[in-house]
Design a binder for this molecule. Structure first.
Ligand code: HEC
Ligand code: HEC
Length: 559
């Protein structure tokens, strides 16, 4: 399923007209319509303002959102991010791709390819006068984000429990310029854009030059069927001129969700990582057996590898079979799984309780084959950012209300939502010098919060059903959720820096140094609410290089 191939070709098609398109095998119609909606730049609040000021729905906007003029890039040092290159959506308004980029900057040395993330620590937000200029969190890669699993949650704090819900939430939240309380205005605007679309925009011409009415209903204005390439399945069709705005909005969100869900690449033969190729040439199992947990599979895999190594039977990967020169196409690294990567893999997978070898214990949370348990854990990174601003030990002393205190003053402590626009976001905020009470406590914001009913049972399971001691009460469970964030997958990290929910770590060596210090601090009891599995990491600086080499062997190489 080389979806990225097609996506990048569309992008180039837009640039060089359509010579390539004829040779490209198209995605299914519902994926194409989902992609078009993912790329649609008129859903943003800024575009509504443009219409309110007399702008035209079917003509390009004259003055785009100033927040899109440049693409922002992270740096390891303050101010941590700066406007860097000309923005691919300059002169327009926000769409999903603005923060989830792919090949927009592929030709630029210091930027390059992305796996649906951006280059910022925290993404610039659409212009509003509420004082917020960036997202609270780092935009993660979307490739593999929606793989099926138990206790499915999305966003690093578990805010959403399905992809359709996430899309509905995102299209009506600050990412598209909408403030808490503006949900109906957002839905009405999006509905109007879709209903009034003529199919004449630059974007529409890349998708068959049909209007949204035609795309959703499957028939032209003259009641003829539209071309098969764009004819979505009956079950997804809707007469958007007759439907209610809620129905239109749900249909739009559903198609974007279908497109996003399809962004799964790891089993793609032409983009195989050195690691997957290594498993293949050594006839090692690439996925867990039926009913086997990912952790048990990872442990079994390590056993096989150690056995082969002992008997000198391991085959190494020295070049990419899919390129002439044997190199990666989209990463400036050797395509390799050799002795160094193997050493790193052994550290990554090692959980031995009583030996003196380097112990990464990484698979406790990052089990193969996806290198994540999709669980919620506190690695200690929130504390690092907070203490760097307010002084060592300050996060430990920060006053965080217990469940009953929080329930007494929800407006003071919980995040603002459409139901409760007056709330403060105190604990879902970027820490700042100016305000020592703001910090991002991750899942704590969502857990036991009635504004997120669908996430409750899942978060409860993820916080209380892991290897840590069991939760004794709701209050204890809430305390255990402090500064917990969803474990990210580790495939293709070369296209998603900077790292962690706060985008505070700019490269993989630095992530490894972070694990060395956070695990030592967790053992000495100075990391507030540290995950016990963090205390089980035993590494020295000598382990950094092999671990990084191993993580680089998980890079995939989309054609
Ligand atoms: C202004 C930037 C911005 C825009 C626009 C944006 N996103 Fe995001 N996206 C983010 C950030 C930041 C996160 C991380 C949020 C978190 O973890 O709390 C995120 C998270 C996600 C996730 C969750 C991934 C995971 O593993 O949990 C998905 C899926 C997603 N976005 C899809 C979309 C879609 C679809 C759209 C368009 C409807 C969109 N995004 C628009 C910034 C953006
Ligand atoms: C207790 C569970 C746990 C263990 C053990 C663990 N991690 Fe993580 N890892 C996480 C979580 C959770 C995050 C995200 C933290 C955040 O953003 O707040 C993360 C983030 C990362 C990231 C950044 C990825 C990104 O896209 O931002 C890398 C790289 C990483 N871990 C590698 C490792 C390695 C290597 C090891 C072993 C030395 C390891 N992890 C051990 C839970 C764990």
């Amino acid at each position: 399923m080389p979806k990225l191939l097609k996506i990048s070709l569309y992008f180039y098609c837009a640039l060089f007209a359509s010579a390539l398109q004829a040779d490209t095998e198209l995605d299914p119609p519902e994926i194409l319509l989902g992609e078009r909606l993912f790329l649609e730049t008129r859903f943003a609040q800024y575009f509504k303002k443009h219409l309110d000021q007399g702008g035209s729905m079917n003509r390009a906007i004259t003055k785009g959102d100033p927040a899109l003029t440049k693409t922002t890039r992270f740096f390891g040092l303050p101010p941590y991010q700066i406007p860097f290159a000309d923005g691919p959506y300059a002169g327009k308004t926000y769409n999903c791709r603005v923060c989830h980029l792919v090949d927009e900057h592929v030709e630029q040395q210091e930027l390059g390819m992305r796996s649906y993330s951006d280059f910022a620590s925290r993404s610039p937000l659409p212009t509003r006068d509420d004082g917020q200029t960036t997202t609270v969190r780092n935009a993660p890669a979307l490739v593999d984000a929606s793989l099926p699993r138990e206790n499915f949650i999305l966003h690093s704090d578990g805010e959403f429990s399905s992809l359709a819900q996430l899309v509905r939430g995102t299209l009506t939240n600050r990412n598209f310029g909408w403030l808490p309380g503006e949900k109906s205005a957002a839905i009405e605007h999006i509905c109007k854009v879709v209903q009034a679309d003529h199919g004449t925009s630059e974007l529409a011409t890349e998708f068959g030059a049909i209007s949204y009415s035609e795309a959703f209903s499957g028939t032209t204005q003259k009641n003829k069927p539209i071309a098969d390439d764009y004819l979505i399945p009956k079950a997804l069709r809707l007469d958007i001129q007759k439907a209610s705005c809620d129905e239109v909005f749900a249909a739009v969100a559903n198609l974007i969700a279908i497109y996003t869900e399809d962004l799964v690449f790891t089993e793609d033969e032409s983009a195989l990582s050195p690691y997957d190729l290594f498993l293949e040439i050594n006839y090692l199992p690439k996925t867990p057996a039926k009913n086997e947990s990912h952790l048990a599979y990872s442990q079994r895999l390590l056993g096989f590898i150690q056995n082969l190594k002992k008997n000198n039977k391991l085959q190494f990967v020295t070049k990419n079979p899919n390129t002439k020169d044997g190199a990666f196409r989209f990463h400036a690294r050797p395509f390799q799984f050799g002795a160094q990567q193997l050493a790193g893999m052994e550290i990554f997978f090692n959980q031995a309780q009583h030996d003196k070898t380097a112990k990464g214990n990484c698979i406790a949370c990052h089990a193969a084959p996806h290198f994540t348990d999709f669980g919620l854990h506190n690695s200690g990174i929130t504390q690092v950012e907070y203490d760097a601003i307010h002084g060592s030990g300050t996060f430990n002393k920060l006053s965080i209300p217990n469940l009953s205190a929080r329930n007494q003053h929800p407006d003071r402590y919980l995040p603002a939502t459409h139901q409760h626009p007056e709330r403060t976001n105190l604990f879902r905020a970027i820490p700042s010098e100016a305000n020592p009470t703001t910090v991002d406590l991750g899942a704590w914001n969502v857990f036991h919060n009635d504004d997120y009913p669908n996430s409750q049972e899942r978060i409860q399971n993820l916080i209380c059903n892991n290897s840590n001691p069991p939760c004794q009460s709701d209050d204890h469970a809430l305390k255990r959720s402090i500064a917990t964030f969803k474990t990210p997958g580790l495939r293709n990290l070369g296209h998603s820096a900077p790292y962690m929910h706060n985008g505070k770590i700019s490269d993989l060596h630095a992530v490894m140094s972070f694990y060395i210090s956070t695990s030592a601090n967790a053992r000495s009891g100075s990391v507030r609410n540290a995950d016990t599995e963090i205390t089980n990491i035993m590494l020295t600086p000598n382990d950094i290089q092999p671990l990084v080499r191993f993580l680089e062997s998980l890079y995939e190489d989309y054609n």
